[in-house]
Design a protein around this ligand. Structure first.
Ligand code: PBG
Ligand code: ZN
Length: 334
């Protein structure tokens, strides 16, 4: 960058910070409620609303309760939801993921019928559905990539038949976006979009989610499929492949500790870049706030603003509803 700013006594950057009015006028980062996506955990049954102990303010909902939650969120202007299912039964392949009467398939039919203008995104993976807790078919103690691709196609088509608008494959299988695009197109679902978890790191920040969705692997870890957090160039490779395979949007996950990656992707790719502020990021803030060590609202706003500042176009966060409430009170962010 050319350097032309005059130093003191002429240059005084503090002049642009003198009042809230001038700060608002020159603020570089803006976002609105339409850029938030709320995760929803759906459980079988009726009339259920169970708070997740490690994620205060986040619930597992039966689908009737989820419908109420979605309707309330929409009154706040929050219209995009990412659905995770906790199934009735699990098996080695995770076949409950592609059953016509599966927990997410039923929820999609209900929500699409009751709340037609909500954007319904469904997570596409098997860890919630397999008895071993891994993200696909296991052969010789490791996830079998190509066998899993076939099942991902089945799951995608089943969700499309139930009315999903966007599928979000999160298993980090090689070739998953292409396989899902092919399966959807072949079944006539050209309009269903793919939000790819293109860059997903093997992170300890998923801990609370694994309690929420009951998916802790019964052996090993996810390091043979999720990315090594020491790597930055590899994120570009993953993004490149997914764009080539037909992804409509790219996601980086987690968000707050991976702002460099969000910034890299935003600079290089013309697709929308989303970021997932994950369960551990949420839990850390809530825990510190409960202890009175940090201010919940200020840290919430600062943490999501940082993700937008890095270049994210939209953010998936457990704070989505709380942010929507905050944005109703605030004429301008933050
Ligand atoms: C499953 C999945 C996970 C998350 C989203 N989808 C967990 C994992 O990969 O172990 C994590 C979300 C969060 O922590 O909020 N593939
Ligand atoms: Zn998974």
């Amino acid at each position: 960058m050319t350097q032309y700013a005059p130093p003191l006594p002429t240059g005084r950057p503090r002049r642009n910070r003198r009042s809230q009015a001038v700060r608002d006028m020159v603020a570089e980062t803006h976002f609105g409620v339409g850029q938030f996506i709320a995760p929803l955990f759906i459980i079988p049954g009726e009339n259920k609303r169970l708070e997740i102990p490690s994620m205060p303010g986040v619930y597992q909902f039966s689908m009737d309760e989820a419908a109420k939650e979605v309707a309330q969120c929409q009154e706040l202007g929050l219209s995009s939801f990412l659905l995770f299912g906790i199934p009735e039964y699990k098996d080695a392949e995770g076949s409950a993921a592609w059953q016509d009467d599966g927990v997410i398939q039923q929820a999609l039919r209900l929500l699409a019928g009751q709340i037609p203008d909500a954007q319904l995104i469904a997570d596409l993976c098997f860890c919630e559905y397999t008895d071993h807790g891994h993200c696909g078919v296991v052969t010789d103690d490791d996830v079998d990539n190509d066998a899993t691709l076939v099942n991902l196609g089945r799951q995608a088509v089943s969700l499309a038949e139930a009315g999903v608008h966007t599928v979000a494959p999160s298993g980090m299988m090689d070739g998953q976006v292409g396989a899902i695009r092919d399966a959807l197109d072949e079944a006539g679902f050209q309009e269903v979009a793919i939000l790819s978890y293109a860059v997903k790191y093997a992170s300890a920040l998923y801990g609370p989610f694994r309690d929420a969705a009951d998916i802790t692997p019964s052996f090993g870890d996810r390091k043979t499929y999720q990315m090594d957090f020491r790597n930055r160039a590899e994120a570009m490779l993953e993004a490149d492949l997914d764009m080539d395979e037909g992804a409509d949007m790219l996601m980086v996950k987690p968000a707050g500790m991976y702002l460099d990656i969000i910034s890299d992707l935003k600079r290089e790719y013309p697709l929308p870049i989303l970021a997932y502020q994950v369960s551990g990021e949420y839990a850390m803030i809530k825990a510190a706030a409960e202890k009175g060590w940090l201010d919940n609202e200020n840290i919430m706003v600062e943490s999501v603003t940082a993700i937008f500042r890095a270049g994210a176009d939209a953010v998936i966060t457990y704070f989505a509803r709380e942010m929507a409430e905050y944005l109703q009170r605030q004429p301008q962010t933050p």
